[in-house]
Design a protein around this ligand. Structure first.
Ligand code: SF4
Length: 496
């Protein structure tokens, strides 16, 4: 299935490959249906949901507009509370920096909480290359790590798998990384989580360094926050001596008063609950309480480029709730996050990934086309991102870039034809004579997919202009005949 005009590259190819995987698509459809109905029920119970959305969007817009000064305030607040702040311009720098911090502590193994930003910077690969074993402690991320798989969803990274696939993974893979799965393990959720808990507990207890992300950072106090349902992040940010947190520079909120809005909005929009099961907050270091060393890594990686784009910058409001993924027909039909060929998937991936990467490759240029522009994502987005507006803006940019040769040729041929009415007339006459025969023939190259998914209407034998000219001629003839008839009748009356 090709989702867009001819010339569309990467996303359409991966979506094509996933189309026949009925198990994958069944898993995705089941999970997203559950999440969106839970969210809809929860929102219906909140009387000021509309005002919360307005506030969520407004606070993010304000923060992004004054990002520089809030980032400086955050840096000072973290340092004042005994933490260290590091700046990374790109993913490579961030991964190298974190790897160096871990190496300096002499750790050969680190525990990690699920963080999309760690995927964005390729942190696991960098750590592994340096001889350090990263251990994912979020259940979904842990399952993916055992399978050497990528996250398929922002908050539910193994949404593409069902229980029996998870059981099979545990049985075949767990022993390679530590404590094996019980021999009589079934696919009952309680047994599966228990097996993962026992396997990971040993690693939590011996870890000296942990790496986390963060949902928000409060500039006025240098506090980081995470929301979660499993408790593994809380273990990461309390048990080891050294804690390293990495966040994108857009994760800021200025004050605790601003944070109050997101304390309500994020759990509501992400999991349909009034409050997250665990909300952890940490500011610097404290004697006798948690890690003795805290490092905050602030990552740009294309975010300031997105900030410079007046239309595209609204993507930086995103709080990664995943509501847009759960309502997206393309995400569900295409087979989840893996087909996007990038860390961020679904509607937010379609507008964020190309901006972070600067549309530098075929995948990034294809993503703005991974949408039907139905607007369901905009309706649920808690920070009111206007997805169709950004998608069209990015499509225009993609069309000006490399690729899309066929589309550009077709458009310049159309421009010439419409600019010269004689050429247009000749084209219409030719279409009337040969058009239907030509339309039945197969088209070559990428145009084959474009045509294969469409039913072309039958072309009329004559153009509208020609038909109109003949019709007017006929009308004039009829009028002249009537006039002649009337004159004859008048002449007859005169002679009587
Ligand atoms: S774009 Fe909006 S709906 Fe999608 S993940 Fe971000 S905040 Fe949630």
């Amino acid at each position: 299935m090709s989702l867009t005009f001819m010339g569309m590259p990467k996303f359409s190819r991966t979506a094509d490959q996933a189309e026949n995987d009925t198990v994958l698509k069944g898993n995705i459809a089941h999970a997203t249906r559950m999440m969106r109905s839970k969210r809809a029920r929860a929102f219906a119970e909140v009387p000021d949901a509309a005002q919360l959305r307005d506030a969520s969007a407004a606070i993010k817009d304000h923060t992004i507009r004054h990002l520089g000064s809030y980032l400086r305030q955050l840096e000072k607040s973290v340092i004042d509370r005994g933490g260290h702040v590091h700046w990374a311009e790109n993913g490579e720098q961030a991964a190298a920096l974190i790897t160096e911090l871990v190496r300096a502590k002499g750790a050969r193994e680190v525990i990690k909480s699920k963080t999309m930003i760690s995927e964005e910077i390729g942190l696991n690969e960098a750590l592994t290359e340096a001889g350090i074993t990263p251990v994912e402690t979020d259940l979904g991320a842990f399952i993916n790590q055992l399978r050497e798989d990528h996250p398929s969803h922002i908050i539910a990274p193994s949404i593409h798998l069902n229980r029996s696939q998870v059981r099979d993974t545990f049985v075949s893979e767990m022993a390679k990384h530590g404590r094996p799965a019980p021999e009589d393990l079934t696919d009952h959720p309680e047994e599966l989580t228990e097996a993962a808990r026992i396997h990971l507990r040993e690693k939590f207890l011996r870890a000296t360094v942990a790496i986390t992300g963060g949902n928000f950072a409060v500039a006025e106090t240098g506090t980081l926050l995470t929301f979660e349902g499993e408790g593994n992040i809380r273990m990461c940010n309390t048990l080891p001596d050294t804690l390293i947190s990495v966040i994108g520079i857009e994760k800021l909120v200025p004050t605790w008063q601003d944070l109050e809005v997101y304390l309500q909005m994020l759990p509501l929009s992400a999991v349909g609950e009034r409050q997250a099961t665990y909300t952890s907050m940490w500011s610097g270091v404290h004697d006798g309480d948690g890690p003795t060393e805290f490092h905050l890594v602030l990552l740009d990686n294309g975010r300031t480029n997105a900030l410079a784009d007046p239309v595209g910058r609204q993507a930086l409001r995103c709080i990664r709730c995943s509501a847009c993924l759960n309502v997206c027909p393309v995400f569900e039909h295409a087979g989840g996050g893996q087909v996007y060929g990038a860390v961020y998937s679904g509607p937010i991936g379609a507008i964020l990934t190309p901006q972070l990467g600067g549309m530098s490759n075929e995948v990034e240029r294809s993503l703005p086309y991974a949408s039907s522009l139905c607007g369901a994502c905009s309706e649920v987005c808690p920070v009111k991102i206007d997805f169709p507006e950004v998608l069209l803006h990015l499509r225009a940019k993609a069309a000006r870039g490399p690729g899309h040769t066929m589309e550009r040729l077709a458009m310049s041929a159309s421009r010439e034809m419409f600019a010269h009415h004689r050429v247009l007339g000749a084209g219409q006459r030719a279409a009337g004579v040969f058009g239907n025969k030509a339309a039945a023939l197969p088209l070559p190259g990428p145009a084959k997919n474009w045509k294969g998914s469409r039913n072309l209407p039958e072309l009329p034998g004559t153009s509208f202009r020609r038909w109109m000219a003949e019709h007017e001629k006929e009308l004039r003839k009829q009028a002249a005949a009537k006039q002649a008839e009337a004159k004859q009748a008048e002449a007859k009356e005169d002679t009587q």
